[in-house]
Design a protein around this ligand. Structure first.
Ligand SMILES: [Fe+2]
Length: 242
């Protein structure tokens, strides 16, 4: 388990002009104390920033797929001679081998959450980007108070990611305290609002931009909204299906 705000993480560049802060990376057996190296399955989870009036440099994924969640702003995604409008709340699965460029032609910064997963040899990848806004999916409910919009799931074309969600918890509500095994990665990124995340014996205040990795969660974890405003989390999960 770990907690990191993106401001604590070093800056690097991706796609030419996207400034990224890599929050969590895959566990490194050669360097078990590497900061933020807590993920069991996907390669990395980062926060990206593209200035207004700036485009990324055309990029092709080789051997990996990317998922982008548009956390703020709006713009366009150009891919293989097609142009797609993108806006806050969109999830974008960018398959391997597909050229793509982000264009921030809006007045606001484009803020992206970026997941990278490895694609095994022979994986049946999509041929073009898949874009879905969380607001377009049915609501579900669980863990007492989680109000859940799915975004994209494994059967949409991921190789290892199981689910990407937006989870809402209303003011002054708590989720039940529940556990899962150490073969399950859950990451909770506070998108809007503030909460208190209890993970085992740790008590972490999660302000916007703070990510919590829940792996393992034994004996349990729960996210509490102790404020008078709703909170919204961007969530992703992966686990070993045996
Ligand atoms: Fe959980």
């Amino acid at each position: 388990m770990d907690k990191r705000h993106w401001l604590e993480c070093p800056s690097t560049l991706t796609h030419g002009n996207i400034i990224q802060r890599v929050i969590f990376t895959r566990k490194d057996p050669q360097d078990p104390r590497k900061e933020g190296a807590v993920l069991n399955f996907i390669d990395s989870f980062a926060r990206g920033y593209l200035e207004p009036g700036v485009s990324s440099v055309s990029h092709v994924n080789e051997g990996i797929q990317e998922f982008f969640f548009v956390a703020a702003g709006a713009g366009k995604l150009s891919s293989s001679a097609k142009t797609y409008p993108i806006t806050e709340g969109d999830g974008i699965l960018m398959p391997t081998g597909v050229e793509h460029t982000f264009i921030n032609d809006g007045a606001e910064p484009l803020e992206l959450l970026i997941l990278v997963e490895t694609v095994p040899q022979g994986f049946n990848t999509l041929s073009e980007p898949l874009i879905r806004n969380y607001r377009s999916t049915h609501l579900g409910q669980g863990h007492w108070t989680h109000i859940v919009h799915g975004i994209l799931f494994r059967n949409d074309g991921f190789s290892v990611i199981d689910s990407t969600l937006v989870v809402r918890i209303e003011a002054m509500q708590t989720a039940d305290n529940h556990g899962h095994g150490d073969d399950m990665d859950e990451v909770w990124y506070m998108w809007k609002g503030t909460g208190v995340h209890v993970v085992g014996k740790e008590v972490w205040v999660q302000t916007p931009g703070t990510a919590v990795s829940v792996a393992p969660s034994a004996p349990g974890h729960s996210l509490i909204n102790h404020t008078e405003e709703p909170l919204q989390v961007f969530y992703f999960a992966q686990y070993n299906r045996r």
